[in-house]
Write a protein that binds this ligand. Sequence first.
Ligand code: BES
Ligand code: ZN
Length: 591
Amino acid sequence: MPPHDPHSYTDLSQARIEHIAFRLEVDFEERRIHGRASYRLDRPCRGPLDLDTRGLDILAVHSAGAPLRWDLGADEPILGQRMRLADLGGRREVEIQFRTRPEAGALQWLTPEQTGGGQHPYLFTQCQPINARTVFPCQDSPSVRFTYEAEVLAPTPLTAVMAAAVRGAEDAGPARRFRFSMPQPIPSYLFALAVGDITRRDLGPRTAVFTEPYLADDAAWEFAQTEQMLAEGERLFGPYDWERYDMLVLPPSFPYGGMENPRLTFMTPTIVAGNRALVNLIAHELAHSWTGNLVTNATWEDFWLNEGWTTYAERRIIEVLEGPEGANLRAQTGRNTMFRDMRNFGMDSDPTRLKFSQKGIDPESVVSYVPYEKGYSFLVALERVVGRSAFDRFAREYIGDHRFQSLTTEAFVDYLQRKLPAAARAVNLRAWLYEPGFPDDAPSFPSSLADAVSERLFDYQEQGRLPQREQVADWTSSQTYLFLQMLPRPLPLEDCRTLDQILDMAHTRIVVNLSNFLNISIRSGYQEVLPRVEALVGSVGRMFVIEPVFRALATTPWSRPLARPLFERYRERHHPITVSTIEGVLHREGL
Ligand code: BES
Ligand code: ZN
């Protein structure tokens, strides 16, 4: 069988991991997890078994109580090292003892000062796309699923949480032992653990929020609509198969907006903005419970199947909360962000395609809004051919028929051609899926909320009239976001200053809007924002927020010399993924 996944040593002709029992000891002094994992395979294993590892120390391997031979291959830059286990002689069980390294790509170890609460250290994982292999040896391909149980030893008084069911906790000397089990089979990238000063607030019968104590009340308010969204998701996409939907709000350095770890989504603390403006992020991660976690992309080349479908599901949930006008407004800002990413990569470049060969390419380096928004537009194009109710039936069936399975883009096309032949014929599948750029006949997303913003932009661009305070007073933060996205840059300095006041940018808690405003300000030479730039990149780890700011700093003559020193001042605080992304931006600009 040819290698099916360019980002993994997994050989699908071999046995697959079916279940793992973990014993993990979290050591903040050494910044290591000391681990033991007992694997059960899906069939008797003869011949070698290949696993993924990267920067992982392997200490011993046993099968049926006796040592088993194993070796590690050459260390490849993206893949890491293949771990090859010798013939298991027809057995299905093997145990590996290992420990992580302090620089493991999936782990961030925070000092107390780096947390929101400031009192205790914190550890969290981020395994998607290919970092699980830095935590434990595994078939680190989204096409392999396993269940697991885990015992996690964490120093008192810290709490361990996992994207799994809680089975209990007890004192164990100077530590506490937390027990979990994950009865639903997951791909390795959905393995997740966090340890810190973590408390819990119930939101509804199936939903709760976990956070550092200082944020608990605010987070509970911000997330109050979650139970309703869960019910909406079930109405649209079928039964919720994961029993609970809890959320963990992470410390500020969390590099993403959210990560859909099953049963326990990980969230940026910037979502707690005091106005529920970022509910789409909850809707998005919740929607992954169906699209992504239940029906999973077979490889990272098929990432759009996860994110395009989830963006579609997210907007269907948002439509119920904010109406079609609100959902379409968000679709417009999403598409603008996609075009920004396409321009950054080059309009003809591979990452503007929904599917392209990623052999030799780090999947993290090509993450962008393209799979989200081009994928979303493609699905809306299909929906508009057959109409809502036929498409809804198709979506529910697609999910029902692929529960706990992975599929490729090509398998999706086959399924589409069988189930919705009219739609498959009416749209140009090849252009949508495999060609670069963006189709001219893509669906548009009319919204009166967006039209109101366009009028103010027209006033400004055609008549040089900036909006009056009253004209923007009732805007939602998404409208402000669209306005900021569409403003030309650079702007005259005076206009930056006026907008700063009219939009009350000094007090906004919507950091994505602030990020956009700072981007404009830097490019316009509005240097008064510098302290706010420093405060933002020093306190927010979400890459989507700070990367554009560094891009602006690095490409504008007056700020160019400031970019590298600014980054160096805060490098230590940031997640390894954020550090390498910002390094990439500075490096490409010759800094
Ligand atoms: N699964 C992604 C986050 C991710 C993507 C992690 C690629 C690692 C590699 C998550 O569901 C996501 O899409 N987050 C977005 C949310 C937004 C689109 C609402 C984010 O982090 O901004
Ligand atoms: Zn997503």
